[in-house]
Design a protein around this ligand. Structure first.
Ligand code: ZN
Length: 287
């Protein structure tokens, strides 16, 4: 297993981690200042600063991407909605390309409207079918521009609102269906927060192998957890056996970065400098 204790060359920052403290241009600057050489930005943060400006800032600071957040949210109540989702995903692929991302992360969506509290339907099997067709269509386009897609399975507590793909096994089944040749263009983003509890986790990481393991997201699971979305823990503050999971990832062939992704009202309420410095320390000691 790679030794992270001496430096943080393998640390990437998912920029949602400090989204309430700073705009993206400041985040890039603060990362570069600390020797954090990679980020994974969100589309709204990029749009807020401007795609061209962000691309230029990345070039001038030498900060790269570990992924781009995010595409997905395919299911819709009607044909117009399905088409709009495909068009939006195409734009996401183009933005990922413009920023030279190694992959576009997909949070696939589930019951349309559930996030707003008004689900248009309750048939999760239908949602899964729409997700399958949506990923197939986006993959067809992504192949033409060489942008890999990383399906991120979400914890089942998000199955109504955000993703009807909830385990690594389910994500890999879909990868095998849509990309049986294991081309490297379709894989998974393994986020410890979503998958740490899964009894099949290690077997599925091994099944995925280097070709399918496109991203690795770290944080921690707090016990007890007070909020389904925004109570993620800093690495080392919860119950996830981070080194065990990373060992599995690396022995399966993963050679990419460890992306810190923490949605937390607690950490959002602290100075951004403190958050980044703590990420660096914990990356070296517990990731
Ligand atoms: Zn994630």
């Amino acid at each position: 297993m790679r030794d992270l204790s001496n430096d943080h060359a393998l640390l990437s920052l998912n920029t949602a981690t400090v989204r309430k403290q700073w705009r993206l241009d400041r985040i890039i600057d603060e990362c570069a200042r600390r020797g954090i050489h990679a980020i994974s930005p969100w589309r709204d943060q990029v749009a807020d600063v401007g795609l061209e400006t962000v691309a230029r800032l990345l070039r001038t600071t030498g900060v790269g991407l570990s992924g781009y957040c995010r595409g997905g949210f395919y299911p819709a109540a009607n044909t117009a909605g399905l088409t709009a989702a495909l068009e939006d995903n195409r734009r996401a692929v183009d933005e990922a390309r413009a920023l030279d991302a190694p992959c576009l992360v997909l949070v696939v969506g589930s019951l349309p409207g559930a996030l707003q509290g008004v689900p248009a339907y309750t048939d999760i099997a239908r949602a899964r079918g729409e997700v399958r067709d949506g990923i197939a269509a986006t993959l067809e386009y992504a192949r033409t521009v060489g942008m890999p897609l990383a399906i991120e399975p979400l914890h089942p507590m998000q199955a109504a609102e955000r993703a009807c793909i909830n385990t690594l096994e389910q994500a890999l089944d879909l990868c095998d269906e849509l990309d049986p040749e294991r081309s490297g263009m379709l894989g998974v983003a393994v986020d410890v927060y979503h998958v740490w509890w899964d009894p099949k986790l290690h077997a599925q990481i091994r099944r995925a192998g280097a070709k399918r393991l496109l991203a690795y997201h770290v944080c921690d699971w707090l016990a007890p957890t007070r909020d389904l979305l925004n109570d993620r823990g800093m690495m080392g503050d919860g119950v996830i056996e981070l080194k065990t999971i990373r060992r599995e990832m690396e022995s399966a062939g993963y050679a990419g970065l460890c992306e810190v992704e923490i949605f937390s009202e607690d950490w959002w309420s602290r100075p951004g400098e403190e958050v980044l410095d703590t990420c660096i320390q914990r990356h070296r000691s517990v990731v």
